[in-house]
Design a binder for this molecule. Sequence first.
Ligand code: FAD
Length: 457
Amino acid sequence: MPITEQLSDRPRILVVGGGYVGLYVAMKLQKKVKDHGGIVTVVDPLPYMTYQPFLPEVAGGQIEPRHAVVSHRQHLKHAELINGRVSAIDHKNNKAVIVPVAGEPFEIEYRDVVMAAGAITRTFPIPGLADTGIGLKTIEEAVALRNKILERIESASLMTDAAERKRALTFVVIGGGFAGIETIAEIEDMARHAAKLNGRIEKGELRFVVVEAMGRIMPEVTEEQAVWVVDHLRSRGIEVMLNTSLANAEGGVMQLINMADKSPAETFETDTLIWTAGVMANPMVRSTDFPIEARGRVMTGTDLRITGEDGVAIEGAWAAGDVSAVPDVTGGLPDGTCVPNAQHAVRQAKLLAKNLYAARYGVGQVKNYKHKNLGAVAGFGAHKGVAKVMGIKLKGFPAWLAHRGYHGMAMPTFERKFRVVGGWFTSLLFQRDTLQLNNLENPRAAFVEAATPKPRV
Ligand SMILES: Cc1cc2nc3c(=O)[nH]c(=O)nc-3n(C[C@H](O)[C@H](O)[C@H](O)COP(=O)(O)OP(=O)(O)OC[C@H]3O[C@@H](n4cnc5c(N)ncnc54)[C@H](O)[C@@H]3O)c2cc1C
């Protein structure tokens, strides 16, 4: 039977993406819409929502990868789930094209659409970056990164060639925003612990470098706190290179340049290049008939409806999160729109669900989005962090506690909160887990080696 005949024939709210926004919108609406005879359909190539603020801790081995994601099947039981990606939307005719993870692309009809496809890693055309680098936007990247760092340490401890060993023990993060700083701090903590357990690596052999093109890191915290973070990282032996950028990464040779005059800064080799230098709205929005603004986001009103070029709301079309340009009436980016972060994504999703419900079923009122930034919390490995919450500035242990407290609470669903917090308690008792899983990229290797006859090539 064709897949389209197996899908619901109820009036559909199509949710494009099941991340922060998609998951919350669907959780809030799935049952209410069903009671009205409709259906919420969530389309995402992934069967889970990723709690991205936990990715540095997953990379650092503080959180189990599966605990940092929320299963759609488990928590969206009243919604229709399609594992695939939306490749095009023709809103004038209320139709979308879906490319499923298996089978042929097909068309689906909807009554309302929620654009929630988020953002993707933004890169620049730097030679060698695509061959050597890895991002930190998905759980798979975090898992691979952790295993790679631990594997490099273990392998380096057996290397006798000094240059080869140095390269294996050098870890580089490009991008001094929240994600980059948390990542370098978490992996430094984990790598030092792993090296100590190994016993054949000297403390001074490990090298950690974070490269930032601007004159300061972490724009989300105050200048004074950013300076403190730089001092803190340097006190841990992490090199923070400001006003510096990566010009070339071919063959794992990092050629850094000074931003001011583009003169060469430093050249060194690494096997581990982590790119966290920004995100951009999901380019899939360009395959829709929605208006796109200068930063590539869907034009959105304060009530979270997608608007036309003239600012007038488009019937049945909604957007929130990183893919949307929602006006921030309290400030935000220089163009007056909300910054792409989870704080906005979650709140916008909850309001979007209420507004859509009010507009479609006449229950409640459509309201405008307004959220004043509450601040920021960042963890830098066990018992270390920085925070600015509602004007209160914290550093070190209290900031780390605030970080854990905030994210423990913010993790969606009780079940997932419980797993994450449970894991934190376990690592308090048994320390950071530095176990490396081998051969995840080639799990059949052992079987193939044992099997006869060998597979045909
Ligand atoms: C490492 C890291 C750390 C972060 N830390 C913080 C933090 O501490 N605090 C904070 O406030 N924010 C943080 N953020 C930002 C925050 O995670 C994002 O702003 C938030 O995830 C945005 O939610 P969203 O729903 O718009 O997008 P996402 O959560 O990214 O969800 C988008 C979904 O759309 C799906 N999708 C993509 N393409 C398609 C398609 N064609 N069709 C269907 N589905 C599609 C994706 O698979 C994904 O599930 C961090 C981000 C990263 C990467």
